[in-house]
Design a protein around this ligand. Structure first.
Ligand code: PLP
Length: 392
């Protein structure tokens, strides 16, 4: 019996993974070397340097955890939280909810600060919550992938620091798409993902910790309960003189990340952010011109790399998504939780974020929706897109 591996080459316009450049795929096919080979240590150092640029930090402890974004979330929680610690976690979507679950499993006393899905967490509400109780840890999601909300962090960062708490942020969908400013905002610990705007395959989670956070996990009352995610040990493999073995690094994935980061830096971070912002807004204009309603009402809180849009009345979510996939080779994302069947989530992340994909997608969607009885005009949408990006 023979087994054939033959995945289709899709256009990935969902909430991640995004398309991966052939340069990254090629890099992953390069010879595997040992995880302590001096040549590999050099590659690790370069990856850490490039991650510092994307995170906007000089933090020494900056590295990719060997697992997906949820492991980054778990790394910040298991290292910083101990039994009985007070944590305030902001929840306006799936990933804030997940952070609550992870922090509770660390034994923390978690208070949820909630906002409706599609809205930001208001700084005044954080201020109020921090007056009621003393917290060690305040967690928030910068780019909430379940809704498409772009959470401003600057005011909240100040409030959290005035209250003497650690400010911990999720940049899984933010990194490489919108500016991440760890040092400027004084963020104490943060994590990200590789499969969204970085456009490397899923499987690694970049993290960064400042000195204050390092102090906390190096002087814990009890050992970090996860052996695999204990930064006291992982940090000694990624830095310092010794470069001590902890676990076998995912060599090929790190080659891929190295190449993906290099592609971003060659384009230039400001150009990359401009491309996401311009094309994301253009897609949003195109969808609106087609008669669709965007989920996040206020444009300034709408992510460019992930757009949520209401499904028109009497249109079946699954039929449209399956037809996009089967007839046009395009993947988009479904709504989550209470918004399953009510919204679609359209990603324009990293390598996927280009004008051809927008035009193809809007035409494909218009053809399917018209065919299902929804009255819309794709030429209006395309004109809107081109008018918006003129001069880009
Ligand atoms: C904002 C956010 N946080 C965390 C995660 C979890 O990452 P992963 O699915 O890579 O474990 C995701 C994944 O979509 C995300 O979008």
């Amino acid at each position: 019996m023979k087994y054939y591996l033959n995945p289709p080459d899709r256009i990935l316009m969902g909430p991640g993974p995004s398309n991966v450049s052939y340069k990254v795929l090629e890099a992953q096919a390069k010879p595997v070397i040992g995880h302590l080979d001096p040549e590999f240590i050099k590659i690790m150092n370069e990856v850490a340097d490039m991650l510092r640029l994307l995170f906007g930090t000089k933090n020494i402890l900056t590295l990719p955890i060997s697992a997906t974004g949820s492991a980054g979330m778990e790394t910040v929680c298991v290292n910083l939280l101990e039994e009985g610690d007070n944590a305030l976690i902001c929840v306006n979507g799936v990933f804030g909810t997940r952070m609550v679950d992870v922090a509770e499993r660390c034994g923390a006393n978690v208070t949820k600060l909630e906002a409706p899905w599609g809205k930001i967490i208001e700084p005044d509400n954080v201020k109020r919550a921090l007056k009621v109780k003393k917290y060690k840890f305040v967690g928030i999601v910068h780019a909430e992938t379940s809704t498409g909300v772009w959470q401003p962090l600057d005011e909240i960062a100040k409030i959290v620091h005035e209250a003497g708490a650690l400010f911990v942020t999720d940049h899984v969908t933010a990194i490489g798409g919108i500016p991440v400013e760890i040092d400027k905002l004084g963020i104490d610990a943060a994590y990200a993902g590789t499969q969204k705007c970085i456009s490397a395959p899923p499987g690694l989670s970049p993290i960064t910790f400042n000195e204050k956070s390092i102090e906390i996990f190096s002087h814990r009352k009890k050992k970090v309960q996860s052996w695999y995610l204990d930064l006291n040990m992982i940090g000694k493999y990624w830095g310092g003189k010794e470069r001590a073995y902890h676990h076998t690094a995912p060599i090929s994935s790190i080659y891929g990340l190295h190449t993906a980061l290099n592609i971003i830096l060659e384009e230039g971070l400001s150009n990359v952010y401009k491309r996401h912002l311009t094309l994301g807004r253009a897609l949003q204009k195109g969808l609106t011109a087609m008669g669709l309603k965007l989920f996040v009402e206020d444009e300034k809180y709408r992510l460019p790399e992930l757009t949520s849009v209401y499904i028109p009345p009497n249109i079946d979510d699954k039929v449209v998504r399956m037809r996009l996939l089967e007839e046009f080779n395009i993947e988009i994302g479904a709504g989550l939780g209470a918004y399953a069947g009510k919204i679609w989530r359209i990603g324009l992340m990293g390598h996927t974020c280009n004008i051809n994909n927008i035009i193809l997608f809007l035409n494909a969607l218009a053809i399917i929706l018209k065919n299902l009885g929804f009255n819309c005009d794709n030429s209006d949408a395309i004109n809107e897109v081109y008018n918006y990006i003129k001069g880009y």
